[in-house]
Design a protein around this ligand. Structure first.
Ligand SMILES: [Zn+2]
Length: 404
């Protein structure tokens, strides 16, 4: 039993926004069992940690990341998403377990040092014959003590079949499904307070076949694990979906059965009102990744429109990509990324929020102008570096250390 005693303020992040001056937090068996002022209502004498001068907040939750990209930061900084991917796929094709371990050590340590207590990782590069990738990052997370929800990601649509990645970094469907099922059975722990849960994460519409999306969905639901993918990240992707599937990205996911309360989606930048209603009606969650989106100059998710959906009540869920998704490098180092309280400050209602909203609208309009201009110019332009201050909206699932 541990008592974090006499903090300058305890930020509870409850629905009322309660903040306790001179507050204390009691931790019993790895669970916060009491928050209040004065002595906790227990007979046992806890181990005391002096909280004087400190602000206590719930652990931050990072809902989208690619740890392996930690070792390839600042490559292809001139490119939009597709150019960036095309330049990096051949480098990522050389990944091995040592790479993955080193990247996880750096990436997870960065997250822990910035206040993150739970993170996911979306790993989808599994070159033929390379083993131990998922195992390496799971081992590192366990060593560092982070609650970890890695996705067993996948790509099966190589260039020869009309996809974006080179054939040597994609797998065949049967291998993917077998490896994903094996990972779930070996590593997934569904118990309350679990430190490790596996999710199923086919990568994106331009690197995964419809069949793999459907079969991944079926596998995840059969095994009762969550589903994750990238969607509606750029206008290039939207154009790809319209051309290839004759549907918008969210329409495609709906047709594939890839929406629901067990799904969280990265990005959702280019969504219209019907898409947002679709997300709300299916209780699908959204991971907000503004630093990554701004690096690409591709806009960012219409967070307020999503939050205002009357059907929401927790959905579409909305949370941070605290990491930099490998694109950050010099632009947005972890530790001062979007979820960091040192930048965000203690959340307060009123003027500060209004100012942020106005600022976010202005930046959003700017991003969309940039995206439109780059589309007219036939390619994605360099991302606007100045947009980092557009970060900082609070996650909807505030303070809950549960799955992303
Ligand atoms: Zn991503």
């Amino acid at each position: 039993m541990i008592l974090l005693e006499g903090c300058r303020v305890v930020v509870t992040m409850d629905d009322a926004g309660t903040e306790l001056e001179n507050g204390s937090v009691l931790i019993d068996g790895g669970v916060i069992s009491w928050i209040g002022q004065g002595r906790p209502p227990v007979r046992e004498q806890p181990d005391v940690v002096d909280g004087r001068g400190l602000v206590a907040i719930p652990g931050l939750i990072n809902t989208h990341h690619h740890l392996y990209q930690t070792l390839t930061r600042v490559h292809a900084q001139q490119g939009g998403l597709f150019d960036w991917l095309r330049e990096l796929y051949p480098i990522w094709a050389t990944i091995d377990a040592e790479w993955e371990r080193t990247a996880a050590e750096v990436g997870l340590a960065e997250l822990a040092l910035s206040g993150c207590s739970t993170t996911t990782d979306h790993h989808y590069v599994f070159p033929s014959g390379v083993i131990g990738l998922l195992e390496a990052e799971i081992e590192v997370a366990e060593q560092l003590g982070l609650r970890f929800h890695p996705c067993r990601g996948s790509m099966d649509l190589g260039q020869s079949n009309g996809g974006l990645p080179p054939d040597r970094v994609v797998e065949d469907i049967d291998s993917i499904l077998a490896a994903t099922d094996a990972a779930i059975q070996r590593f997934h722990d569904p118990a309350p307070g679990s430190m490790r849960r596996i999710a199923v994460g086919p990568c994106s519409p331009f690197s995964v076949s419809e069949r793999l999306m459907r079969e991944s969905t079926a596998l995840a639901r059969r095994r009762k694990v969550r589903l994750h993918t990238h969607i509606a990240e750029t206008l290039d992707e939207e154009s790809y979906c319209r051309t290839t599937f004759n549907r918008r990205p969210l329409e495609l996911l709906e047709d594939l059965g890839f929406l629901g309360p067990d799904v969280w989606l990265a990005h959702c930048v280019h969504v219209n009102d019907a898409d947002i209603r679709r997300l709300a009606a299916t209780a699908t969650a959204v991971a907000w990744c503004p630093t990554s989106n701004m690096r690409l100059g591709s806009g960012f998710a219409p967070a307020r429109e999503m939050i205002r959906q009357p059907a929401r009540r927790g959905a579409p869920g909305f949370a941070h990509d605290q990491g930099t998704q490998g694109r950050g490098g010099d632009d947005c180092p972890p530790g001062v990324a979007s979820g960091d309280p040192r930048r965000r400050g203690v959340p307060r209602p009123g003027r500060r929020r209004l100012d942020r909203g106005r600022q976010a609208r202005r930046y959003r309009a700017f991003c969309h102008r940039r995206a439109d201009a780059s589309r007219r110019g036939g390619g994605s332009g360099r991302g606007p570096r100045l947009l980092q201050s557009g970060s900082g909206a609070a996650p909807l699932r505030r303070g809950k250390t549960r799955g992303p």
